[in-house]
Design a protein around this ligand. Structure first.
Ligand SMILES: CC/C=C/CC(=O)SCCNC(=O)CCNC(=O)[C@H](O)C(C)(C)COP(=O)(O)OP(=O)(O)OC[C@H]1O[C@@H](n2cnc3c(N)ncnc32)[C@H](O)[C@@H]1OP(=O)(O)O
Length: 311
């Protein structure tokens, strides 16, 4: 267990600071985790009791392919297993938190002739259902407190994962969440059938989902979705990430951190059954749409800029 003493996290098991490098008031270690590959779009590290996952591909607004979502799930499992970790912190880079599923990745899955599928159903079970259900499940059952640092907007599957976080901080009032399922020939995914009505109210969720309308800052604040706006309009995402981490370091000072995990387990028990149920229902409902081909047509229009979201 960690105690934050004189600017250092003391590891009570080994009776000395486990952390070797200090960045400002936050002690840091870039621990090599066994058994996990690297991913050029997503980095991770531990800082005291915080397991930090960062999206680091700002060039395409941190769009993620199927394999990247699987990687996120694997990182969550890693954080789950680490007894020194109490908080899993999601950070990003650049002007967007994440623009969701990568339309180039989806076109690649469709055009890949190296794999022969028995049927369209078999193809989309593998390219959509299995991946989606896995990463959503990893977020639903995660045992550490999930904190999201929204440096900018989040879209689609990535926005669904944001809605599964326990605490969300924003960098400024330009952030929004968009679930463009109706514009892309999809249905709700990533637990949003449950998480959005829960966090915004049923009718507000309907209005935004049916008409492809972004949840803008005002709604995010009024609903309590955003716990705190750091109000850093001219800062970089890196400055925002550092500021949040420093503040978190001060916030956990003196806390008995296992209590936080105990409370997470109890709070999670309120909705975990309905989230588990909907995860399976959502992907099974979506499968029909992928097999029919409408999402592919629409993702391809998005890639060629023939289709846009109304923001
Ligand atoms: C697994 C299946 C599940 C699917 C669920 C989903 O996640 S659905 C959501 C899918 N994502 C989207 O619909 C967002 C698509 N992007 C946009 O609508 C716009 O890019 C934007 C986010 C509104 C931002 O518009 P803006 O005009 O500010 O920027 P650009 O469009 O010029 O984008 C900058 C570069 O980023 C690339 N890019 C953006 N989003 C994606 C993406 N989802 N996939 C791949 N690449 C993306 C864009 O192509 C630009 O790159 P250039 O090389 O500069 O052209």
């Amino acid at each position: 267990m960690h105690r934050y003493i004189r600017g250092q996290y003391m590891d009570e098991e080994i009776g000395r600071p486990r952390l070797v490098v200090q960045t400002n008031s936050i002690a840091e270690t870039d621990k090599e985790m066994p058994g996990i590959r690297k991913n050029e779009k997503i980095s991770y590290r531990t800082v005291g009791p915080f397991f930090i996952i960062q999206l680091v591909k700002p060039g395409n607004l941190n769009a993620l392919e199927g394999e990247d979502y699987i990687y996120l799930g694997e990182l969550l499992e890693l954080a789950d297993k680490d007894p020194h970790v109490y908080f899993t912190v999601l950070q990003s880079s650049g002007r967007f938190f994440s623009s969701g599923a990568d339309f180039k990745g989806i076109a690649k899955a469709q055009g890949d002739s190296s794999i022969e599928y028995a049927s369209e159903t078999s193809k989309w079970l593998s390219n959509f259902v299995a991946r989606n259900v896995y990463v959503t499940d990893a977020f639903i059952k995660h045992s550490k407190v999930l904190i999201c640092c929204l440096n900018g907007p989040a879209i689609g599957m990535s926005a669904a994962l944001v809605a599964l976080c326990d605490i969300v901080y924003s960098m400024n009032d330009k952030v929004y969440l968009l679930y463009p399922f109706a514009n892309l020939g999809l249905v709700t995914e990533g637990g949003t059938t449950v998480s959005l009505p829960l966090k915004f109210g049923v009718n507000t969720a309907y209005e935004h989902l049916m008409f492809n309308k972004p949840f803008k800052y005002d709604t995010l604040c009024e609903s309590g979705f955003i716990s705190k706006n750091f109000n850093m309009p001219s800062a970089s995402s890196e400055e925002f990430n550092t500021t949040v981490l420093e503040e978190l370091g001060r916030k956990v000072e003196g806390l008995y951190l296992p209590s936080c995990l105990g409370m997470k387990k109890l709070l999670q028990s309120n909705h975990i059954d309905s989230l588990n149920k909907i995860n399976s229902m959502e992907v099974n409902e979506s499968l029909k749409y992928w097999v029919d081909g409408e999402p592919l047509r629409r993702f391809s229009q998005l890639g060629s800029k023939q289709r846009k979201h109304r923001l």
